[in-house]
Design a protein around this ligand. Structure first.
Ligand SMILES: Nc1ncnc2c1ncn2[C@@H]1O[C@H](COP(=O)(O)O)[C@@H](OP(=O)(O)O)[C@H]1O
Ligand SMILES: [Mg+2]
Length: 267
């Protein structure tokens, strides 16, 4: 599936890079988050590709939902965030990503994340194996077979000296208070779903998000992190689950862990 979706993912990346370089007009959505024409154009390309590659599987996509178009889903559906980290994108930071996740029975089982500005591709091969590769958005004929894949594996945490990620654009007091429960010796900041990928690569031990996100922000990242040896839990220690249509696909607060959860007591 990664191979089949790769041309559309690269095309979405090219669209985003063209707007990234030329500057782009910003609108504000009902949830007061920003959106640009790059989000909307990239999403169209991804939805069309998913219709061809996996006909019949519903697609829940961020900008479609923002426009009030939310399909009925069964137990299997795609989640698409065409441009995660729109704030970073607008501010000229390269930390924005294309995201496709597949949910089966409330769990994310497949994910692709592509950061076109750094040419980094992260994806699952199976629910237990994930890789990264370096592919430029302009390399529209690239195939997985033609590039070198590096397996993603999380690191064993030093339980006395943990490294944590937090959102760059959403620094929050409740997150800092939460992190005080753990022996964090270094805090890193990054935008978008890249935080999941960097933990999957072994660059940190956890990422706490005590703030608003939606299922399309996390599905691909959770699938990749799971496949690299980590997990994503709510503050109760339960796996972050999907298909929360009654909540408008909003997520509760969550923590992404490089290995097993290090806080097992309900908060
Ligand atoms: N007020 C809000 N309501 C819903 N989602 C929000 C939000 N503020 C931030 N987010 C989510 O957080 C994501 C960015 O995460 P980060 O701040 O870690 O880069 C945004 O993704 P988009 O850029 O795709 O909209 C958005 O979905
Ligand atoms: Mg997003």
């Amino acid at each position: 599936m990664v191979e089949a979706l790769l041309p559309a993912v690269l095309a979405a990346g090219r669209i985003e890079m063209s707007h990234f370089k030329s500057g782009v007009e910003v609108e504000t959505k009902a949830d007061r988050t920003p959106v640009t024409v790059a989000d909307q154009e990239a999403e169209k390309v991804l939805i069309e590709a998913l219709r061809q590659v996996a006909p019949g599987i519903p697609v829940i996509a961020e900008e479609e939902v923002a426009a009030g178009r939310v399909p009925e889903t069964g137990s299997t559906f795609f989640l698409v965030d065409p441009l995660d980290g729109t704030r970073a994108f607008i501010s000229g930071s390269p930390e924005f990503t294309v995201n496709i996740g597949l949910v089966v029975d409330h769990r994310p089982v497949f994910g692709i994340i592509y950061a076109p500005a750094s040419s980094e591709l992260f994806a699952t091969l199976t629910p237990h194996e994930a890789f990264e590769a370096h592919i430029k958005p302009d390399d529209s004929n690239a195939t997985l077979a033609s590039c070198s894949l590096t397996r993603l594996a999380t690191r064993e945490p030093d339980r006395a000296a943990l490294v944590a990620f937090a959102s760059r654009s959403h620094a929050a007091q409740n997150t800092d208070e939460f992190l005080q429960q753990l022996p964090i010796t270094e805090k890193k900041r990054a935008s978008s779903s890249l935080k999941f990928c960097l933990i999957a690569r072994g660059e940190a031990d956890l990422y706490a998000r005590l703030g608003r996100t939606s299922e399309w922000d996390t599905a691909a990242g959770q699938a990749i992190l799971n496949a690299a040896g980590g997990c994503v839990t709510t503050l109760d220690g339960e796996p972050l689950s999907y298909g929360k249509s009654a909540e408008g696909y909003a997520n509760p607060h969550f923590i992404a862990w490089g290995r097993e959860p290090l806080l097992s007591v309900p908060q």
